[in-house]
Design a protein around this ligand. Structure first.
Ligand SMILES: CC(C)(COP(=O)(O)OP(=O)(O)OC[C@H]1O[C@@H](n2cnc3c(N)ncnc32)[C@H](O)[C@@H]1OP(=O)(O)O)[C@@H](O)C(=O)NCCC(=O)NCCSC(=O)C[C@H](O)C(=O)O
Ligand SMILES: [Mg+2]
Length: 285
């Protein structure tokens, strides 16, 4: 299975210092968890958070959810210590904040020394401009848009349509798709505003993102729904595959479904969509 076929609809940040939240996540229907040591943990709690997080990961119980640790930046007093304390944990990737260039990924790769997958927070102007070279790094498997830091760095206004950061969001996605990297959209800060979240999820999905990062359990259901293929999508995909099979059997290279042409490339997309739906169903079992 292509790594981008794995569901990453809902990717929940959990403060690595909060035992209660670490425990609660074991029962939440999220596709992935980012165990955070960076922004969600105050400076005075950062060293102890490593021990709290390691104990939670050793105990496990997170099932089929992808597990990602967000360490502190390597230019901070905690980054290297985070790696030393947690590099042998059974997780799917290490997420590096504020990546500016591929040199940052190389530095983390050297510290890890075990070839583990690396994800990058895309949230600085330099990082966005260098997204293509970052995505090409052989250990790099995921991008996360850091829309709060990005807004701060760009000095842009927080608009509901995210127009001021649209170019950055698209550049992240272009680089990700060029190198088969997972692309996760940024957080929606008003975590009690379900309607606003739905609008932003739909926008991220329309752009092509695989899922969205979340800060609160109340955001999970809306997000899972927005990034999953709908029943109508699944039905259309099945009909497209069947129609092209039939057309090919009759010596035709093109079929028509619901008044629109269906060629091989559409069938490839349809098969990918069905694979994602199956992967989501398998995760729920
Ligand atoms: C936002 C919060 C501070 C709200 O906390 P709180 O008021 O405690 O929430 P509730 O009382 O509504 O919580 C209800 C129960 O849910 C659990 N909970 C809350 N949040 C989480 C979570 N993220 N994961 C798992 N479980 C969670 C509570 O423990 C309650 O459980 P129970 O008592 O058993 O009922 C809080 O939600 C929070 O801290 N969220 C995470 C914030 C965070 O991670 N921030 C950093 C990531 S965002 C970022 O850095 C963006 C990026 O870098 C950028 O630049 O954009
Ligand atoms: Mg950030």
């Amino acid at each position: 299975m292509d790594q981008t076929d794995r569901p990453y609809r809902s990717v929940l940040y959990i403060p690595g210092s909060k035992e209660r939240a670490l425990d609660k996540a074991r029962s939440l229907p999220v596709d992935a968890i980012i165990f955070d040591l960076e922004d969600a943990v105050t400076p005075d709690a950062k060293v102890e958070a490593r021990t709290t997080l390691k104990a939670a990961l050793d105990q496990d119980g997170y099932g089929g959810r992808a597990k990602i640790i967000r360490i502190n930046g390597l230019d901070t007093e905690w980054g290297a210590g985070d790696v030393a304390a947690l590099k042998d944990c059974d997780v799917d990737a290490f997420l590096l904040p504020k990546v500016n260039s591929v040199a940052d990924i190389n530095a983390l790769s050297d510290l890890l020394g075990n070839g583990k997958a690396i994800w990058a927070m895309m949230e600085t102007p330099l990082g966005i401009l260098n997204a293509l070279e970052v995505a090409a790094h052989p250990q790099l498997t995921g991008f996360v848009a850091g829309t709060n830091d990005l807004a701060k760095e760009l000095n842009c206004r927080a608009r509901a349509d995210r127009l001021p950061m649209m170019m950055a969001l698209q550049q992240i996605l272009l680089a990700a798709r060029a190198h088969n990297v997972i692309a996760i959209d940024g957080v929606y800060n008003q975590y009690k505003d379900e309607e606003g979240l739905k609008v932003e999820c739909d926008q991220g999905r329309d752009l092509g993102y695989d899922g969205k990062t979340l800060i609160h359990p109340a955001q999970v259901a809306v997000t899972n729904d927005a990034f999953a293929p709908s029943e109508a999508d699944i039905d259309l995909a099945r009909r497209q595959i069947a129609a092209l099979n039939e057309a090919e059997a009759a010596g035709q290279g093109v079929a028509v479904v619901d008044g629109k042409i269906v060629e091989n490339l559409h069938v490839e997309t349809a098969k990918k969509l069905l694979a994602k739906a199956a992967a989501i169903a398998a995760l729920a079992e």
